[in-house]
Design a protein around this ligand. Structure first.
Ligand code: ZN
Length: 303
């Protein structure tokens, strides 16, 4: 009897160990990069470090051929990943990759749309539904309405005009616009983001699911004078999309305040977990920015 109960106890202990090991398995994602009007050789490293330093993620890289080169060899096996991180703004992907990407998202794949990834593929209708709002690349009223926040709700403005602009980089206040969502639960209603580009006058199909944060784009900095949607979620089929317009990449990993911002990194981590799993298990970090002071993580790691 005693031996049996000991065996039983040992078996139970082993199962707990196994379960713990499974739970600690990092979430697998892929960063798609290799072409961008931005400094992708630095940005993809900053993203990979931010995500992997948390211990929650293991990120592969899918680096495209250079701009203007033959793209036909470029392919990503999306089925291997819980989410896809888009740091790409360049030549069209091969038709097969486009189709595979749409299937992946429709069937429940997660996507992070980061900064200039929403400049990409202005003429690809399905991609524009996935990002909801985009800029540049010839976007105009044919791309969809301008979307911004006014008097407590989002406005869809069909006025003719160019989509996508930004003023001079500066520090600005992020304003929460939804009472509760796994990505932002526990985060402050207002916090100060480190110096960054503030995208304005973005336009597209505009089907935002949850608008998480906006920021006011001041005219005196060359902005729109509107409260601009900068962090939000989108639904596409069964897929979960996290779109974050923040994070203009600096010249080096050291000179990169927008991506070093603890608020930006926290949103990247929480948004990535949410689009991969539908949940967020991360606690609010102690170094999160306040309304009056920015907070930087120069080593891309939560202290
Ligand atoms: Zn930028």
């Amino acid at each position: 009897m005693r031996i049996i109960s000991r065996l039983f106890a040992a078996g139970f202990f082993l199962s707990v160990l196994l379960l713990t090991a499974c739970a600690a398995e990092p979430i697998k994602g892929v960063i798609i990069t290799g072409q961008n009007n931005h400094n992708w050789p630095v940005s993809h490293k900053a993203i990979k470090m931010t995500l992997e330093n948390s211990g929650l993620f293991k990120m592969d890289l899918a680096i495209s051929p250079a701009a203007g080169e033959d793209m036909s060899s470029f392919d990503v096996d999306f089925s291997k990943y819980a989410f896809v991180f888009l740091d790409y703004n360049g030549d069209p992907w091969p038709e097969k990759m486009n189709k595979d990407f749409l299937e992946y998202v429709k069937n429940g794949g997660g996507v992070v749309v980061y900064h200039a990834a929403d400049n990409a593929f202005a003429d690809w209708d399905e991609y524009n539904k996935i990002i909801a709002l985009g800029g540049w690349g010839g976007r105009n009223e044919k791309s969809g309405p301008y979307v911004y926040w006014k008097d407590g709700s989002p406005v869809r403005d069909t006025t003719a005009g160019t989509g996508g602009s930004h003023g001079a980089r500066h520090e600005f206040i992020m304003n929460r616009r939804v009472a509760s969502h796994p990505i932002i639960d526990g985060l402050p209603e207002r916090w100060k983001h480190a110096s960054d580009e503030l995208y304005d006058r973005m336009r597209g199909p505009g089907d935002i699911k949850d608008l998480l944060y906006t920021a006011y784009s001041p005219m005196e900095k060359g902005g729109s004078g509107r409260e601009e949607p900068l962090v939000f979620t989108v639904e596409y089929g069964k897929g979960r999309i996290f779109h974050i317009m923040l994070g203009h990449c600096g010249d080096t990993l050291e000179d990169n305040p927008a991506m070093q911002c603890a608020g930006f990194q926290t949103l990247l981590l929480r948004g990535s977990e949410w689009c991969a799993t539908g949940n967020v298990t991360q606690k609010v970090p102690a170094d999160f920015p306040t309304e009056t002071s920015v907070s930087l993580r120069p080593n891309y790691k939560q202290p």
